[in-house]
Design a protein around this ligand. Structure first.
Ligand SMILES: Cc1cc2nc3c(=O)[nH]c(=O)nc-3n(C[C@H](O)[C@H](O)[C@H](O)COP(=O)(O)OP(=O)(O)OC[C@H]3O[C@@H](n4cnc5c(N)ncnc54)[C@H](O)[C@@H]3O)c2cc1C
Length: 487
């Protein structure tokens, strides 16, 4: 019998988790305290790694029809261009950021939920939870009624003020920066190419300009020091802030205005017993770099296949431990990177002299630029344990992407030789199912971390589980099968 899963929260993170679990044969119950999806523009950029994931879930095509592809980000310091990040260089089917307001991304996810029969019980809130043995008893409220239900697993995807995190008594340590930002979706007239993105930095402050669809742009302006978050932000105020930073940029026809603090927070565990937390519930990023929503999508995709295999009795419980280990370490390194970049751009004192060198002429910044493009794209994941083979724990991006389309429904074995693939296929009865076997060109099997690879085994979440030659692969598969049989 398949174990019962409750997902608390139907934001982007909760919906990605529900969709992937459903594909893998687990019908989770999804609740959300709100009666309707959120309407705030919020997260804007869907990065290449998220586009890969959403493509696997059948959502990206809809997003592409609505969003704007953005391949270039400029950093301008005191009027001089320091560097341009160019996403065209990425080895990806989606070598760009897709600029799309969060409600549109959520609408596409909701449409896919409806198509695939995933329902959300709206107006239903998690109030309390207790773990007893292997079960989690939750107290829910709906229409003023309070009632109890029991699940095998609960996943809190309930955002920054997560009730799940609070009930687990997990800290949310970190800090708020001493600054706020005001943001608005506006039309613009400017003497620069407005099809690209800009980080405009000076010692007096900064603003960010990002292209949207239908002639709109998102503008984000830093407000330092004393700022009353309850004060009304109107368009005149935004114009006044902007006037001080760049009088040449004209903004008009605002469609959305908001303000938010800058923060950097993380919790100490992403799992306690049979309760997990994902997305904003376990990490909060400063908006520099656009990691918030994208990291939540990555959390959900990492957890879903593991939870599905364990819930169906196809893998041992221990597989779930890797969710906390992998995603917490990933969030930590992204929080460090975002903190450094926020400090540089907001001219704070949280970065080192070496980091400050990034604000020098562009030739010196090449390694930083290459690395930052990968990180921003979501491709710099590294789950490898010390001593792992080349590429293990990284995202599989074959050197020749022709014909490659990831399918997150099981492991995929890539081999360049048909006879070798046949021999290995006989070993790959992971949990009674056949993994997909792809016999392809040697150039396709090889990847950026191991150009010599003869066989590559890729996890359902697109992470390289094994890379090497046939003999090593055979040994690895034996070990993996033994692990599966002990479930
Ligand atoms: C002003 C602003 C601008 C932003 N800009 C960016 C950006 O440019 N780029 C970026 O990547 N990110 C940005 N973010 C962050 C991004 O919006 C979040 O990272 C993203 O929404 C996180 O998704 P989530 O599903 O984890 O949480 P949420 O979207 O917060 O969803 C949580 C869901 O849980 C539900 N819920 C809460 N409590 C309960 C409960 N007790 N019971 C049941 N349901 C509950 C809520 O109703 C909600 O639907 C921005 C955020 C803000 C506020």
């Amino acid at each position: 019998m398949v174990k019962q899963v409750l997902i608390v929260g139907a934001g982007p993170t909760g919906m990605v988790l529900a969709l992937q679990l459903k594909r893998l044969g687990v019908d989770a119950t999804v609740i959300d305290s709100r009666l309707a999806a959120g309407s705030g523009s919020k997260a804007l950029s869907v990065n290449p790694a998220s586009l890969d994931i959403l493509d696997d879930l059948g959502v990206t095509e809809q997003l592409l029809a609505r969003g704007k592809q953005n391949q270039s980000v400029n950093l301008i310091y005191e009027g001089q261009r320091l560097f341009k990040l160019d996403f065209k260089q990425l080895n990806s089917r989606f070598a760009y950021f897709l600029m799309l307001p969060q409600p549109d991304t959520e609408a596409a996810l909701q449409a896919r939920m409806a198509e695939t029969g995933c329902e959300v019980a709206r107006g239903t809130a998690l109030v309390d939870l207790h773990q007893q043995g292997d079960q989690v008893q939750v107290t829910l409220s709906r229409d003023g009624q309070v009632y109890k239900e029991t699940y095998d697993y609960v996943v809190g995807c309930d955002g920054a003020r997560s009730r799940t995190r609070e009930l687990l008594k997990l800290p949310f340590s970190g800090y708020d920066y001493d600054m706020h930002f005001v943001l608005a979706d506006v039309k613009v007239r400017w003497n620069r190419d407005t099809s690209q993105s800009y980080y405009m930095v000076s010692e007096d402050g900064f603003f960010i300009l990002l292209p949207l669809t239908e002639g709109y742009h998102r503008i984000v302006i830093k407000v330092s020091g004393a700022f009353d978050p309850k004060q009304t932000i109107d368009f005149d105020l935004i114009q006044a802030y902007l006037q001080r930073l760049d009088p040449d940029l004209e903004i008009f026809e605002p469609s959305w205005i908001s303000s938010a603090p800058f923060y950097n927070r993380e919790t100490s565990q992403f799992r306690r017993g049979n309760v997990f937390i994902c997305g904003d519930a376990c990490h909060l990023f400063s908006p520099i770099g656009g990691f918030g929503m994208n990291t939540g999508i990555g959390d959900a995709y990492n957890l879903a296949w593991k939870l599905a295999q364990v819930a169906k009795g196809e893998a041992p419980e221990v597989l779930l431990d890797s969710y906390d280990a992998e995603r917490r370490q990933n969030a930590k390194s992204l929080l460090r990177l975002t903190d450094k970049n926020t400090s540089l751009i907001a001219r704070l004192d949280r970065h080192s002299a070496d980091d400050e060198a990034l604000f020098t002429p562009k030739q010196k910044n090449r390694p930083f630029i290459r690395q930052f493009v990968q990180a921003a794209a979501g491709y710099q994941l590294d789950y490898a344990a010390t001593g792992s083979a080349k590429g293990v724990g990284r995202i599989y991006l074959p050197l020749d992407l022709q014909g490659y389309r990831h399918q997150g429904t099981g492991y995929t074995l890539f081999a360049s030789d048909a006879a070798c693939a046949e021999r290995l296929a006989q070993q790959v009865a992971y949990s009674g199912e056949q993994a997909q076997i792809q016999v392809c060109q040697r150039e396709t099997v090889a990847h950026q971390f191991d150009p010599e690879a003869e066989c590559v085994l890729v996890r359902p979440d697109k992470i390289i589980a094994f890379s090497g030659n046939e003999r090593q692969c055979s040994r690895f598969l034996n070990d993996t099968l033994l692990l599966a049989e002990s479930a």
